[in-house]
Design a protein around this ligand. Structure first.
Ligand code: HPA
Length: 272
């Protein structure tokens, strides 16, 4: 094993040396949802390229920096931009920042994404609390020798997405009169969007939304013992349910709902 613990200690030491102290929540901000980091108070901003052992994000619309500070009274370490499997990173690389959150003391992670709606009751612009996921990415970040110091060999995924956190987010949404959805997120590797046949398959196997992220990070978060809250922004109807798909629409939809999204995350964080 290429000494992941030593790397994690080096990364964490570098981040701490810049003034990062206590961390309660790790935050992963998906496509178009990164603006939330601008609301973090007394922010310390750390570009990924400066962080030892961090990869560099290549996706347009992802800033590529860590932002640390207080949000809703909680110490958060936010990723403005994440790493995707389809960029060519290994699953271990994609999930390295989750290990770093844990190393810095986080007990929980809020993970967000932009995704396609498969459930016929969903519309673009809906927000969805992730109840569970299906790993259809053809890989798993825990494949390889298991380091018992990081977590168990066979992690239980029965409650990957914390029920209590989800109920609190739901209460916040209801109080805001926001008709929040709930559902199962199915992770594909991308970078192609799915085919209409794949979307019919997703519906058959119990999926409500599809995307190209989140699953690896949540697997590692569970392995590391982090409690997870997952929030998806349905940016489009999945393939075959609308005329065609493009990244511009994804960006447009996140732009349209970002204020609702930011309010939901902030108000939820306040009560977690
Ligand atoms: N499929 C996969 N990933 C996505 C989609 C989609 O329809 N929309 C945004 N990310």
């Amino acid at each position: 094993m290429e000494n992941i613990q030593k790397k994690l200690q080096e990364t964490a030491a570098f981040i701490r040396h810049l003034g990062v102290g206590e961390v309660d929540f790790g935050l992963i901000l998906g496509s178009g949802l990164g603006e939330l980091a601008e609301e973090i108070e007394d922010a310390i901003v750390i570009p990924y390229e400066e962080i030892p052992h961090f990869p560099i994000s290549t996706v347009v619309g992802h800033a590529g920096q860590l932002v640390y500070g207080k949000l809703s009274g909680k110490f958060v370490l936010a990723m403005q931009g994440r790493f995707h499997y389809y960029e060519g990173h290994s699953m271990q690389t994609v999930t390295y920042p989750v290990r770093v959150m844990k190393e810095l003391g986080a007990h929980s992670m809020v993970v967000t994404n932009a995704c396609g709606g498969v459930n016929q009751n969903f519309a673009p612009g809906d927000l969805m609390l992730i109840t569970d996921h299906i790993n259809y990415m053809g890989n798993n970040p825990l494949i390889g020798p298991n380091d018992e110091n990081l977590g168990p060999r066979f992690p239980d995924m029965s409650q990957a997405y914390n029920h209590e956190y989800r109920m609190k987010a739901k209460e916040v949404a209801e109080a805001r009169n926001l008709h929040i959805k709930e559902g199962v997120y199915v992770g594909f590797s991308g970078p192609t969007y799915e085919t209409p046949a794949e979307i019919r398959f997703v519906r058959t196997i119990g999926g409500d939304a599809v995307g190209m992220s989140t699953v690896p990070e949540v697997i590692v978060a569970v392995h590391a013992g982090l409690k997870v809250l997952g929030i998806s922004c349905i940016t489009n109807l999945a393939a075959g349910m609308q005329a065609n798909l493009n990244h511009a629409e994804v960006v447009e939809t996140t732009e349209r709902v970002k204020e609702e999204f930011k309010a939901l995350v902030k108000e939820t964080l306040a009560v977690l």
